[in-house]
Design a protein around this ligand. Structure first.
Ligand SMILES: Cc1cc2nc3c(=O)[nH]c(=O)nc-3n(C[C@H](O)[C@H](O)[C@H](O)COP(=O)(O)OP(=O)(O)OC[C@H]3O[C@@H](n4cnc5c(N)ncnc54)[C@H](O)[C@@H]3O)c2cc1C
Length: 414
């Protein structure tokens, strides 16, 4: 970890916590620490929060947490959509998969807001606290080691100059391809989801329904469509590895396949989909680190556990990690005394909710998604899904698991 001479930092700063990565986990953690008066520096590699589409969903449990912080009303004043009901449509049936009105919450819906808008909002709120420092364009490339512990990071700015930030705790919230995780020598345990997903947006048209989402299944594909406020968000789920063939066949072929699953929108897909740039691809992964920490370093969010997109819960779990971290560590970080046992406690609190939801996702992938992706076989919803969505006494379970999550952390700081 020793720097070569051309990596000599042009400046070294000290703080109580350095957070690497300005995604949902990093921004929420930095906000909470700053609000509690704990000096924190947030380093984000990009120059803004607007980048490739990475999900727009803000779940009821996150909205409740924001409400406890007095931020929910302000957030609702920004343009957004609301997903109140998610339906599933197969060639021979249609049923409500999740009615979020059944979640006992002040916010019985999933808010849909472009992630950049959400992160800009939170960073703006954090900026009012003197303990908050945000550095954009800060690409973290090295860990600083001291006495066998991580003592901070080095990053390169947009002009290739090195900077060092020292802190008793470094939090890696740098996402699924975490550089810090690799630098620390951590290797996640992986499972193998059977699918990948492409996403795109389509403008709304007169007469379209609002506040709804539908998962269409047919012809070996899933097409997920939901209200993003100003537009429709469309996800196309296909067998892993199928992208190259589809791409070679051209964007018109994607529009055709979408139209086969959702015939009512056939003409709409053909009219709007003209360029692959409109369609970012999500290589679906699911993994989890066996250990999320070492002295001076904690990993949270996708850096510690990449969630499958089933249920769209990755953002929610990343934010819950941030809340738990702030709950447990804000006070200790303020006085500069965090030890490895404290970090282990954060992992212990968050690991089992992550394990449970990843187990649910794996079961859905194996029993529902894999069956739906078989071309040429008639798709039938498994019995368990028919019971959960059909029996009145059980209909609360799916929206509760998706919208509320497993043991969501409640804000206890600030
Ligand atoms: C196409 C796509 C669609 C998705 N849709 C949904 C959805 O609908 N709902 C949902 O809940 N989840 C969705 N997800 C998953 C969701 O985006 C993640 O679970 C969530 O963003 C994880 O948050 P995070 O803060 O841990 O990491 P990220 O959001 O990945 O943030 C990591 C941040 O770290 C920064 N960074 C990376 N390396 C460095 C470095 N070396 N130095 C400094 N900064 C660095 C990155 O620029 C990024 O801003 C989707 C993901 C993808 C890719």
């Amino acid at each position: 970890m020793a720097p070569t001479s051309d990596e000599t930092p042009v400046e070294t700063t000290n703080t109580n916590c350095v957070v690497v990565g300005g995604g949902p986990a990093g921004v929420v953690l930095a906000y909470l620490l700053a609000r509690a008066g704990t000096p924190v520096t947030l380093l984000e590699a990009h120059r803004d929060f607007d980048r490739d589409f990475r999900g727009d969903t803000i779940h009821p449990s996150t909205l409740e947490a924001l409400d406890a912080l007095g931020l929910a009303d302000k957030l609702h004043a920004l343009p957004h959509g609301k997903l109140r009901v998610m339906r599933i449509k197969t060639p021979d049936s249609e049923r409500v998969m999740a009615d979020f009105g059944r979640v006992r919450s002040k916010f019985p819906y999933v808010m849909i807001m472009p992630q950049a808008r959400f992160l800009d909002f939170l960073a703006g709120e954090a900026a009012q606290y003197p303990a908050f420092k945000l550095v954009l364009g800060a690409n973290v490339q090295r860990l600083v080691a001291e006495n066998g512990a991580v003592a901070g990071v080095r990053y390169r700015d947009g002009e290739n100059r090195w900077h060092e930030v020292r802190a008793p705790l470094t939090v890696a919230a740098d996402g699924r391809h975490s550089k810090v995780r690799a630098l620390a020598g951590f290797e996640p345990e992986r499972s193998s989801p059977p699918m990948d997903v492409m996403w795109t947006h389509l403008p709304k048209e007169p007469g379209d329904a609002a506040d709804e989402g539908t998962m269409h299944v047919g012809g070996g594909h899933f097409v997920i469509i939901f209200d993003r406020g100003e537009a429709w968000l469309v996800g196309f789920v296909y067998l892993k590895g199928g992208f190259q063939n589809l791409r070679a066949a051209g964007i018109g072929e994607l529009a055709r396949q979408l139209g086969d699953v959702v015939p009512a929108w056939r003409e709409r897909f053909a009219r709007h989909l003209t360029d692959w740039k409109q369609v970012p691809v999500l290589n679906v992964e699911s993994n989890r680190l066996p250990v999320w920490h070492k002295p001076g370093l904690l990993l949270i969010g996708d850096a510690a556990h990449v969630m499958s997109p089933v249920g769209g819960v990755g953002i929610n779990y990343a934010i819950q990690d941030a809340i738990e971290t702030a709950n447990q560590l804000a006070g200790k970080l303020k006085s500069g005394t965090v030890n490895d046992a404290d970090l282990a406690n954060v992992q212990q609190a968050r690991e089992w909710p992550v394990k449970v939801i990843q187990g649910v996702q794996t079961a859905i992938q194996e029993r529902v998604v894999a069956a739906g992706l078989q071309e040429g076989t008639a798709f039938r919803l498994p019995l368990a899904v028919r019971l959960l969505t059909g029996m009145p006494g059980l209909r609360w379970i799916v929206p509760k698991i998706l919208g509320w999550g497993v043991r969501p952390a409640r804000v206890k700081v600030g």
